[in-house]
Design a protein around this ligand. Sequence first.
Ligand SMILES: [Zn+2]
Length: 125
Amino acid sequence: MPYHCNGHIRHKLIEMYGRCVYCNSSYLELITVDHIVPVSSRKKYGLSFNQVDDPSNKVPACRSCNVRKHNKTLEQFLNEHPGYRNNFIHNILHPKDKSVGLPSPSRGILKLAGVELHAYQEMYF
Ligand SMILES: [Zn+2]
């Protein structure tokens, strides 16, 4: 993928969320694009490259979180870092600037990644 494409989505993710969705770090220089379902795991989940490359599978994560998450499922990563679960749910339900217009992570993607939103959380989608 050409660098400018990834740079564009990275910039929009930073505008929309303003932080790492996992640890809440707002040191924006270190924000990277995290794939909720890792690109390397796409076949296991029956997803095409275009599906894992879709903005609905992308969230901003600091370099440290991205490296630690690596090719774990979202559920495995959140289990290893219990404090991150509430951060993640809060950040995707209440982005800093929704007008940026990127889609929130889809429920389908979250379910594949092992995370089910409760009914009261889904109300906010
Ligand atoms: Zn982080």
